[in-house]
Design a protein around this ligand. Structure first.
Ligand code: SF4
Length: 320
């Protein structure tokens, strides 16, 4: 079968390095900004990499490697960096309205280990450095973001920037099982604190919240309190979305480590990858109560970064 589209681009990508069982490629990209559907809270996404070495067992984005005619399991072992990311962004930003929200890191982590080698995320931030009045959100599990602290501060002087840290649990052992190669929760907390102290708007998403594993009242309460104390301004969590490609990685982990939960999950996710209904409502209420307890917001909207002072803040508005 002849390969077409993204599968052909992946096939033609040059292997640049292989270590610890992970192969890194540079891939030709036609575009770096993707338009989202109207029901999303952001209008555009940027993902500088395809695949993610952190290898979270529940990762919903595993299926994206299937577009490249690969197995979902290759998602964490074959990492593609998009070439000319900054040049593409400079060109494509012209069609983005300043009121539009741009989210970086929606499908893969922009600060995964590949970023040390390729620096694509940094090159994208350098484009935003020259912009005014843009709205950019970054989501990560990685303390590597601290490398770009000064750059982020500068971006936040002229643009609305916020950073979401994903922390599902503070239990290091559980985190190691669920997110085998992601930075430890303590490292994420440290990075959150540093960014917050530098005046960058930071918050936490406990996503995905996993039934019987991370959805307990005490578990979520401790997570919210600890992250609030570290500087988080908002906190939210939504139920695990478990597509069949993610089930292949997640269910064997449950069978091995939490056999009492495996049957329950098979039942819960038998008909749909989404957990809706009463479960979703109960979780929503629980998280809302916890937020209230600690004075946390539900999301970054409404935040005015402290770094907007003097002239920089004034410069934002004529461009809206
Ligand atoms: S960090 Fe995010 S993108 Fe990477 S494997 Fe984990 S869930 Fe997937």
């Amino acid at each position: 079968m002849a390969l077409v589209g993204i599968a052909r681009l992946a096939f033609e990508s040059q292997l640049l390095e292989a270590k610890r069982g992970v192969e890194y490629f540079e891939m030709a990209a036609r575009s770096i900004l993707n338009r989202t559907t109207p029901r999303m809270p952001f209008q555009w996404t940027i993902n500088p990499y395809r695949g993610c070495e952190f290898g979270c067992k529940y990762c919903f984005a595993r299926y994206t490697h299937e577009f490249m005619e690969m197995d979902a399991g290759d998602f964490e072992e074959k990492i593609y960096a998009k070439s000319a990311a900054a040049q593409l962004l400079r060109r494509e930003l012209a069609r983005v309205k300043r009121k539009d929200h741009i989210a970086m890191g929606t499908a893969t982590d922009p600060y995964q280990p590949a970023e040390r080698r390729f620096g694509k995320t940094r090159s994208i931030l350098e484009v935003f450095l020259r912009e005014r009045g843009r709205r950019l959100g970054i989501t990560t599990k990685s303390d590597l973001i601290v490398r770009d602290l000064e750059l982020l501060r500068e971006v936040a002087r002229g643009n609305v920037l916020h950073v979401n840290f994903t922390i599902t649990t503070l239990d290091e052992k559980l985190a190691r099982l669920l997110e085998p190669r992601a930075p430890r929760p303590a490292l994420r907390l440290g990075a959150l604190r540093k960014l917050g102290e530098a005046g960058i708007a930071v918050g936490v998403f406990a996503n995905p919240v996993m039934p019987g594993l991370t959805d307990g009242e005490r578990h979520l309460d401790r997570l919210a309190k600890t992250t609030r104390d570290a500087g988080a301004l908002w906190f939210d969590g939504a139920p695990l979305f478990l597509k069949p490609s993610a089930q292949e990685a997640f269910l064997p982990l449950l069978e091995r480590e939490f056999p009492e939960l495996a049957a329950r999950y098979r039942e819960l996710y038998a008909r749909s990858a989404f957990l809706g209904g009463a479960y979703k409502e109960t979780l929503r209420g629980r998280v809302a109560k916890i937020r209230e307890r600690y004075g946390l917001e539900a999301g970054p909207i409404g935040y005015q970064p402290q770094l907007w002072d003097g002239e920089e803040q004034g410069e934002l508005f004529p461009l809206q």
